[in-house]
Design a protein around this ligand. Structure first.
Ligand code: ZN
Length: 59
């Protein structure tokens, strides 16, 4: 059982029960609803959590 945070509405989402998921810059994001995914897809950089550490560029 692994819960992750919906980056749009910040609620906890069970990975296996996520209504929607997407990938952004190699990172996978899970959403409570398709609506949250739509919002994320429109502005991923707005919602994607800022990560410390170096960026991976390609492979
Ligand atoms: Zn949500």
């Amino acid at each position: 059982m692994a819960t992750v945070q919906d980056p749009v509405c910040h609620m906890s989402v069970e990975k296996t029960e996520a209504a929607a998921k997407t990938q952004h810059k190699g990172q996978q994001y899970f959403f409570c609803s398709a609506d949250c995914k739509k919002k994320f897809d429109k502005a991923p950089d707005k919602y994607a959590p800022k990560k410390s550490g170096g960026e991976h560029k390609g492979k």
